[in-house]
Design a protein around this ligand. Structure first.
Ligand code: ADP
Ligand code: MG
Length: 259
């Protein structure tokens, strides 16, 4: 079972995994109302308007009804125009996006209707990385996959530059061991504060995957910010269906309109 990005991020935040702050909106009015509190809380006049569908590739996707609008939009109008200008731009984007059909590399030609938006604080990105925790059914173990090629689909990296993907198998009896976390952080090129934050992120993420019985958690991109924080900028989670009875709070997140 899949869930939306905003739901995955809420589950992550509850488990000490760093994510940007954001608010979900199902109407234009809700999207506009999210802008001021977000800018005030984050201190950043930039906000991002993100389509919530059960498919990736949203950033490069386009709306059938509005071919010039992408599925993820960084709104910078607030930098010079203040909160009012950011609100006006979000109003315009939300009216184009809500109820329209987003076509991405993962939706197929028919696309998916966007019924919810996630309005998120803008993050000052230094580096985009890739990280996932995947349940390997052959060994019944979780595997961490990490790559410096963030923002690119992992299937493409696997095909074109397979040596850029690091795999670490987790022994379920011990969890991700500290030396494994350090090895991954080192391979991702993290240094200083970002290294420490990366190790902490890996520890929390692998624990959350076990606790929630996920079969995939994919963070693409995982970002290092300009001040050394390590954050999940995107979040895809899917769950082992046979274990859902153990997680009523997750089962509740099912979105039938997506299935
Ligand atoms: P998708 O994978 O579906 O295209 P992402 O959430 O990965 O969607 O967003 C696409 C790109 O948009 C990211 O790689 C990043 O460059 C940018 N982006 C997404 N969220 C933010 C944010 N909160 N702040 C700044 N840039 C963002
Ligand atoms: Mg992504």
């Amino acid at each position: 079972m899949k869930i939306h990005e905003y739901q995955a991020k809420a589950l992550m935040a509850d488990r000490g995994i760093a994510v940007p702050i954001g608010r979900v909106a199902a109407t234009v009015a809700e999207a506009v109302a999210a802008v001021r509190p977000l800018i005030e809380e984050s201190g950043n006049p930039v906000v991002v308007v993100k389509s919530q569908i059960h498919a990736g590739g949203r950033g490069k996707g386009r709306f059938k009804e509005h071919p010039d609008v992408g599925g993820v939009n960084v709104v910078t109008d607030g930098i010079e125009g203040g909160v009012g200008a950011a609100e006006e731009r979000v109003r315009e984007l939300a009216s184009q996006m809500l109820g329209s059909t987003l076509v991405t590399i993962q939706t197929g030609e028919e696309g998916k209707e966007v019924n919810r938006l996630y309005i998120e604080q803008g993050i000052d990105i230094a580096t985009e990385l890739y990280l996932s925790v995947l349940l390997d059914r052959a060994t019944s173990r979780n595997i961490v996959m990490a790559s410096t090629e963030g923002g690119t689909e992992i299937e493409v990296v696997a095909e074109e530059t397979p040596d850029k993907i690091l795999r670490e198998e987790i022994d379920p009896a011990f969890g991700l061991l500290p030396f494994q976390a350090r090895h991954i952080a080192y391979t991702l090129g993290l240094e200083g504060d970002a290294f420490k934050n990366g190790v902490r992120f890996l520890d929390a993420l692998t624990k959350a995957a076990v606790e929630l019985d996920t079969d995939l958690v994919e963070i693409n991109p995982l970002v290092v910010t300009t001040d050394g924080a390590v954050m999940a900028l995107d979040g895809k989670m899917s769950f082992e269906a046979n274990a859902l009875y153990r997680h009523p709070e997750v089962a509740e997140l099912r979105d039938m309109s997506e299935e």
